[in-house]
Design a binder for this molecule. Structure first.
Ligand SMILES: [Zn+2]
Length: 245
């Protein structure tokens, strides 16, 4: 068995492990971190050392560099988890890969596809070609405004083109309900719209503070977390792509 991501606390990771055991009766051979955000890695300790912990090289390097600050980040984002996070420690994947990774789980092929930098530098999606099931991790959010704090939005849009070209029947996202391949298109529309409007204003010389005040996205304001994440997205696109150009 392979589990993608270990949740935000050791307690939640134990629930995942128990559910896998109850459903399959098999041990978890591999735990993959799809990227390095704290809500995807803080249960790693529950899988180590029995499972092989894997991630893209850039995610491993990020976790080594950030150390325990991931725990503080999780506590800030979700203060109600503070008691549970007291037992958390950061366990960094021991195996890192570059590019894509294929794993044969006794006849079921698993393809870990590197798509970064997109949501984060080390993003990996998990594709089961025989079942046409795609686990997008945080490259797709469903009815929730995406986190773009550390994003390369231009490349994220290209990553979504690649995911759509796989023609998945089932799209399982990390935040929000499971859906079909339309979720990928919706996410691309959102990113393209937000990026386009921000860069348009910036190219006209509008200062960031005014873009934050004046550029509105009525179609996306009703999404969960939009209030906090739209300003973050505007700031990231405005500043990151300026540095790049
Ligand atoms: Zn996440």
């Amino acid at each position: 068995m392979l589990v993608a991501d270990s949740m935000v606390t050791p307690g939640l990771a134990r629930q995942v492990k128990d559910a896998v055991r109850d459903l399959t009766g098999r041990p978890v051979r591999y735990l993959l971190n799809t990227h390095g955000d704290s809500d995807h890695i803080l249960g790693n300790q529950e899988f180590s050392p029995e499972s092989v912990l894997l991630s893209h090289r850039l995610t491993r390097e990020r976790l080594l560099k950030e150390g325990d600050s991931a725990i503080a980040a999780a506590r800030n984002a979700r203060p109600f988890l503070a008691p549970e996070l007291e037992q958390a420690r950061v366990v960094v994947p021991g195996v890192a890969f570059e590019g894509d990774l294929q794993i044969d789980l006794g006849g079921v092929m698993v393809e870990c596809i590197y798509l970064g930098p997109a949501h984060t530098p080390g993003d990996v999606a998990v594709w089961l070609p025989q079942r046409r099931v795609l686990f997008t991790a945080d490259l797709v959010f469903n009815r929730i405004f995406p986190v773009m704090r550390n994003a390369d939005v231009a490349n994220w849009i290209l990553a979504l083109d690649r995911l759509e070209a796989l023609e998945p029947d089932v799209v399982a996202v990390s935040h929000g309900d499971v859906g079909g391949r339309g979720l990928i298109r919706e996410m691309r529309e959102l990113l393209t719209t937000v990026r386009g409007r921000v860069l348009e204003a910036r190219d006209q010389g509008v200062p960031l503070a005014r873009v934050l005040e004046e550029v509105k996205f009525p179609a996306y304001e009703g999404l969960s977390k939009a209030e906090v994440r739209i300003p973050e997205a505007i700031q990231r696109i405005y500043q990151y792509e300026e540095v790049k150009a």
